[in-house]
Design a protein around this ligand. Structure first.
Ligand code: ZN
Length: 256
């Protein structure tokens, strides 16, 4: 096995395990609980989970999605996030090889998946993830030599949404967006530089409006319903990170 394949395989396996830990983060961080102590336990009966019931993907399949002790269902989010992380890490390793860029990609994409699932479940984008994310993004930018672009990206990312939210508040008297969205955009700006922001804001808004309208129609909700915006920001951020240049070129060809 050559180095490239080995890195892809190892990344996939470590990604599965980090996916398992990410489930702990998704459950505990919005509840303000420690992610280190106590060890894994069933959210329903509180029983400790043995290591053999905590193997990524396999345990969920063997237990058929139920706790061994109380038989309550274990959310399908657990195997889903494990598989998502494992596949993402392996694909990123395939794309970037054993480089520092791979480490940056893995940290960014993992943070975005965790934030997406927390936002979908709770409507929150916790500061304990976005603020360190901004710092890590700036550190990589400094290492890769685009620190000023990244700093500007973080500031403008926060400022753009803050301004939109102020105008929206003045016009309608309602809060349109959460402050977590501002910090997530700032994090994306810190990781990729201010150049990424127009694309991210445009694509996330477009997808968000389309999906939001379909959801309101299907779920028969009114427009007052809060729809989390973090997942669209995360999706647009990943698109730019992986295929920013080709996507923009393709789009320019379409409109010219
Ligand atoms: Zn249980």
């Amino acid at each position: 096995m050559d180095l490239q394949n080995f890195v892809v395989l190892m990344s996939g396996i470590v990604g599965l395990m980090v996916g398992s830990f990410s489930n702990v983060c998704v459950y505990r961080i919005p509840r303000g609980e420690s992610i280190a102590f106590p060890g894994s336990h069933c959210p329903s009966c509180g029983h400790d989970i043995a290591w053999y019931d905590n193997v990524p993907l396999l345990s969920w399949l063997v237990l058929q999605g139920r706790c061994r002790h109380c038989s309550n269902t274990i959310s399908v989010r657990y195997p889903f996030l494990e598989a998502l992380m494992g596949i993402s890490w392996a694909l990123l390793a395939y794309q970037f090889g054993p480089t520092l860029l791979l480490l940056q990609a893995i940290i960014l994409v993992s943070l975005l998946w965790i934030l997406t699932l927390i936002d979908l479940e709770t409507g929150l984008l916790p500061n304990v993830l976005t603020l360190p994310g901004i710092v890590v993004g700036l550190l990589f930018a400094w290492w890769f030599g685009f620190f000023l672009d990244a700093l500007l990206g973080a500031c403008v990312g926060y400022g753009v949404f803050w301004s939109i939210a102020r105008v929206f508040l003045l016009l309608t008297g309602k809060e349109g967006m959460g402050y977590g969205d501002f910090k997530l955009l700032a994090m994306l700006g810190a990781f990729m530089g201010w150049q990424a922001l127009p694309f991210i804001v445009f694509v996330s808004s477009l997808v968000g409006v389309v999906v939001g309208l379909i959801y309101l129609k299907l779920a028969h909700k009114d427009r007052q319903s809060q729809i989390p915006f973090g997942p669209y920001l995360a999706l647009a951020g990943m698109l730019w990170f992986l295929w920013g240049e080709p996507v923009v070129q393709w789009y320019m060809q379409l409109i010219i």
